[in-house]
Design a protein around this ligand. Structure first.
Ligand SMILES: [Zn+2]
Ligand SMILES: [Zn+2]
Length: 545
């Protein structure tokens, strides 16, 4: 069986062979929140393709183009980032890179929103070469040549080709596909170029916003977006570029750009790959697709506070590209369970889908150890950070507890130790930031005996004593066995209610909490038996006395 991404690489190989270098590119407009959905196509897919090509001896590069000259739309969600949204309206139509940072900590809008994404890319990908359209227009000789061709020799063909895709609203035959930045009001979306001066590399324009008329350099502005996309391919020699599904419709933007590249500019457009958007779920509710200018979703920085990059890569690599993925920070423990499962399948410890194992190897950014590393479940890492006296800070204590509870039987490598430490740190943070309220518990030092005694009538005391005895006899102290033992004790519905309330009170000091078995499994067995004895005995005294 072949993994879908290997099929893509297979298709790209003939194009790549014999080339001095192969360029895979992703494109982003920094219009707001740079969310993790953008790590799917532009980062994970491109990175994996590039690395698989390199394995075939191809000199492949991963580029990422930021569309920083795009006009800032001034949507309500963007305006509300500013302390004074009214004043922010004056930035409408400005190139993104000219819009100020709403928080004042970076030099502009782009730098601010790029930081929580761009500064963390090395956790999700090998080296990414970041390019901005601003730099391409201002400094790149190939781009400059492309711009000039577009507004002179090839202009007419460009316009007629675009018009084939425009339906009713055709461009005028004299249209110049370049919008300069208005010197007076700063807008890049309101100007109309009316004359080209190729010798001085500039255009004459009128601004429909402020009425200004003047000359502007062709380095200060942007091409019509379809032409610009082709210009980026041309300037960077792009061979492969995935795209979000909205560009994928037949006769849609990607088709028109392919035709421009091939028929007008005479070069081979990059191979493409359509992929689905990534949705965002909070408190179990699907809030729709993540969106940059709508500020829906969360950033790579936020992901890395509670999870590792490889875990997200696995999610993206195991889903076919056109399947919608919905992410929620509240569900990180289950993402880790899936990751651990893929790991077990890869190491042959568990049977499963070989494609899942393949996705696991592709998701790895560092060399994988020869033997399967020790797996500390994410949720158990969290529990350890709650039940241990050092709250998981003391690694020796963590390891000792794992040995006591027989979860850890092997010798630990440095890799294992590092991983245990990482998981505890991440899970601890997750508990703080995203865990449902019932997880926020601590083990009480003294159980509230008085309250418990009120629940011990109707034979519940005897049931708890039975539980204690059965737990004491358990050979294996683990979640599964503890759960079975609790379930096997026969109780009426009324008894069951009191039974669990008493148990929650005994350990957490309140009448409810998360599922008990995983917590008891992480507690020292002697402690659990001791606590149950304490509760049943002394509560008896209270009740009798
Ligand atoms: Zn800032
Ligand atoms: Zn103007």
């Amino acid at each position: 069986m072949t993994h879908w991404i290997e099929e893509i690489v297979e298709k790209l190989a003939p194009r790549a062979e014999g080339k001095e270098f192969f360029v895979a590119n992703g494109g982003l407009s920094v219009s707001g929140l740079q969310h993790v959905g953008r790590l799917r196509g532009e980062i994970t897919i491109v990175d994996t393709v590039v690395r698989l090509l390199r394995k075939r001896g191809i000199n492949a590069h991963h580029k990422l183009t930021l569309y920083t000259v795009d006009a800032w739309k001034g949507k309500d969600t963007q305006l509300s980032q500013f302390r004074d949204p009214e004043e922010a309206k004056t930035y409408k139509g400005w190139p993104l890179y000219m819009v100020p940072d709403p928080y004042g900590c970076h030099s502009n809008w782009v730098e601010h929103y790029w930081a929580d994404f761009g500064n963390y890319l090395d956790q999700f990908s090998e080296k990414v070469e970041v390019v901005t359209t601003k730099d391409l227009y201002e400094k790149d000789e190939r781009m400059k040549r492309f711009v000039l061709l577009s507004v002179t020799e090839l202009r007419e063909k460009v316009v007629s080709t675009i018009n084939k895709y425009r339906g009713e609203k055709k461009l005028h035959k004299d249209y110049i596909p370049f919008q300069p930045i208005c010197e007076k009001c700063g807008r890049v979306d309101a100007t109309e170029a009316i004359e080209v001066d190729p010798v001085n590399y500039r255009v004459k324009y009128v601004c429909k916003n402020c009425g200004h008329e003047g000359w502007q350099s062709l380095t200060k502005g942007k091409l019509n977006w379809r032409v610009e996309w082709v210009g980026v391919w041309y300037a960077l020699n792009v061979d492969f570029e995935p795209y979000g599904k909205d560009h994928a419709t037949p006769g849609g933007s990607r088709d028109s750009c392919n035709e421009l590249a091939e028929k007008v500019y005479g070069f081979k457009p990059p191979e493409g790959l359509a992929y689905e958007w990534v949705g965002y779920r909070r408190q179990g509710k699907d809030l729709g697709d993540m969106g940059s200018s709508d500020f829906i979703g969360f950033s790579p920085k936020q992901w890395l506070e509670v999870a590792e990059g490889e875990v997200l890569r696995l999610i993206y690599l195991s889903a076919p590209p056109m399947r919608r993925v919905v992410l929620s920070l509240e569900e990180v423990p289950s993402y880790y369970d899936e990751y651990d499962k893929a790991e077990r399948v890869y190491y042959g410890v568990e049977e499963g889908d070989p494609l899942l194992a393949k996705s696991y190897t592709l998701s790895a950014l560092k060399p994988l150890p020869e033997k399967m590393p020790f797996q500390l479940r994410y949720i158990n890492a969290m529990i350890l950070s709650q039940v241990l006296p050092s709250k998981g800070e003391d690694l020796n204590e963590v390891i000792a507890r794992l040995r006591e509870t027989k979860q850890l039987k092997q010798d630990l490598t440095d890799y294992d130790i590092h991983r245990i430490k990482t998981r505890i740190t991440l899970a601890k943070k997750w508990l703080q930031l995203y865990a449902p309220a019932q997880y926020r518990i601590t083990i009480v030092e003294t159980p509230p005996v008085k309250e418990i005694s009120k629940l011990l009538g109707d034979g519940v005391r005897e049931l708890l004593i039975e539980l204690r005895e059965q737990l004491y006899r358990l050979q294996e102290w683990n979640e599964e066995e503890i759960k079975k033992t609790m379930m096997n004790i026969k109780k009426t519905p009324q008894q069951e209610k009191q039974f669990f309330k008493a148990l929650y009170l005994a350990f957490f000091g309140k009448e409810y909490g998360p599922r008990l078995a995983p917590y008891l499994a992480m507690l020292n067995k002697d402690f659990v038996i001791q606590r149950l004895a304490e509760v049943t005995n002394s509560a008896k005294g209270e009740q009798d006395g």
